[in-house]
Design a protein around this ligand. Structure first.
Ligand SMILES: C[S@@+](CC[C@H](N)C(=O)[O-])C[C@H]1O[C@@H](n2cnc3c(N)ncnc32)[C@H](O)[C@@H]1O
Length: 445
């Protein structure tokens, strides 16, 4: 594929995500499959889509003084993509960006739109972009310069103060490294590291999980070890498996399990001995859990479709030694990989989700055996879905308390982090370069 058609593919994805709520990661994946892109094209497509989406509001701020009339959505995204390249990608000269944008405008629209795009971009080139310093309100400036909705930045500032909010918003603009978990019942982490390094992939050992590896350079997805030995998983999610405190032979409930990243980790930690009842609301998704367990050779996972808010109808009281509630959440900790989330979520979504999270907690908590442990986790950084939820749950449930061993058992790199409190660990993306993630462990008296 030539660079020009990569740009056309990028523009199509941007319009679909930006205007009809499509998911960037899925659309990029589809485009890679359909158009058979080589690795250079994939890198450019990913850069253009993620870069432009991540900076949407900043690009809009930059562009506004130059576009006085209403334009069609695709023209707007074409201009965003052009400004993104001019401002943030040093390797591509401005004249080439302008030329290609004009050609695309002519092809997708007509000559007149081509002239319009040419006019706007040449004026930008001549006059320069407006300064973000002109925005006086610091919260509004942070929102625009890091392209987060203002309500979200206000929330971050309210929860964590302006400095943490700033660090988080800036970190959200940058991609993160891929990390993988090794199925250590089949192969050791050291063996995997040796093989990957021999094949030219640069790696680092995770400090959050003895099964984790961070890929510093190279493509692990096409490596022969990938399918049967490795699972792509953020290190923060690996920490959940580590903190489940499971042993072989236990009966474990994973209440929200798909696509099965944590279920399979827990099965590995149990030495594939015992039983894991892995539920998910969606039948299609439970198939993913089954498939992942099968690929990794883990036979103790029983994937089941069901609404975990109704598990009381299936199980008779205190049944499980361990429960994981990796709850559906707003996903505000994974904005680096899924920038669409920051534009699509609203404050009301957080309220609705915290209600569901509470219902799930209420439903599964009676199913834990006395002395058993329950881990609650989310990939978000909102207190309403995390600390506040746990606090009110504990106030209403005197049979539960925080597991005092939780803090001591956390890996050394987590000790002293700003998000570590009596209610659990809130990891920020800028702490250890993981997803923003919350986890805590409760024990039933
Ligand atoms: C954060 S994801 C789980 C990720 C999974 N634990 C992993 O590590 O791969 C939350 C999951 O909860 C499921 N879910 C949402 N509401 C549910 C409910 N009421 N009962 C069961 N599963 C639910 C969603 O379909 C989604 O797959």
């Amino acid at each position: 594929m030539t660079q020009k058609t990569v740009r056309e593919a990028a523009l199509n994805i941007l319009v679909r995500v930006g205007e009809s709520g499509g998911y960037s990661n899925l659309l990029i994946h589809q485009s890679i499959e359909k158009d058979g892109l080589n690795s250079k094209d994939v890198a450019l497509l990913t850069e253009l889509v993620y870069g432009t989406l991540q900076r949407r509001d900043t690009l809009n701020f930059y562009l506004s003084p130059f576009v006085k009339r209403k334009v069609q959505p695709w023209v707007k995204w074409l201009l965003y993509m052009a400004i993104y390249q001019m401002q943030y990608l040093e390797k591509i000269p401005d004249h080439a960006i302008i030329h290609e944008s004009v050609e695309m405008a002519k092809k997708k629209g007509h000559k007149g739109i081509g002239s319009f795009v040419n006019g706007v971009l040449r004026t930008v080139q001549r006059e320069g972009l407006p300064s973000l310093e002109s925005i006086e309100d610091p919260v509004e400036r942070l929102a625009i310069e890091t392209s987060h909705p203002k309500w979200l930045v206000e929330r971050f500032v309210r929860w964590y103060g302006i400095d943490q909010a700033k660090s988080m918003c800036y970190r959200n603009l940058h991609t993160k490294e891929v990390s993988i978990r090794v199925q250590t019942l089949k192969i050791t982490r050291e063996e995997v590291i040796e093989t990957l390094q021999k094949d030219g992939i640069e790696v680092e050992r995770s400090k959050l999980s003895p099964q984790g590896i961070i890929i510093k350079k190279g493509n692990v997805f096409r490596h022969p070890l990938f399918k049967d030995y490795l699972t792509v998983q953020d290190e923060s999610s690996m920490l959940v498996g580590e903190m489940m405190d499971v042993q072989a032979g236990m009966l474990v409930l994973d209440a929200c399990s798909a696509p099965g990243g944590k279920t399979t980790h827990i099965a590995e930690k149990m030495g594939n001995v015992g039983e894991i009842h892995a539920y998910d609301l969606h039948e299609k998704k439970t198939k993913l859990v089954e498939q992942k367990a099968e690929e990794l050779g883990l036979t103790i996972v029983e994937a089941k479709q069901g609404d975990s808010r109704r598990l009381g109808e299936i199980y008779d009281g205190e049944t499980f030694d361990r429960i994981l509630l990796d709850a559906p959440c707003s996903g505000l900790g994974v904005l680096r990989g899924k920038p669409d989330i920051k534009y699509q979520k609203s404050e009301q979504d957080i309220v609705n989700l915290s209600k569901i999270q509470r219902e799930l907690l209420e439903a599964v908590s009676p199913l834990l055996k006395s002395g058993g442990k329950m881990v609650y986790s989310t990939c978000t950084v909102d207190k309403e879905e995390n600390e506040q939820l746990i606090q009110t749950f504990l106030e209403d449930h005197s049979e539960y308390e925080l597991d005092k061993a939780f803090q001591q058992e956390l890996p050394e790199v987590c000790q002293g982090l700003p998000g570590l409190s009596d209610l659990g660990l809130q990891l920020f993306p800028h702490d250890l370069n993981t997803d923003g993630f919350f986890l805590t462990r409760l024990v039933k008296k």
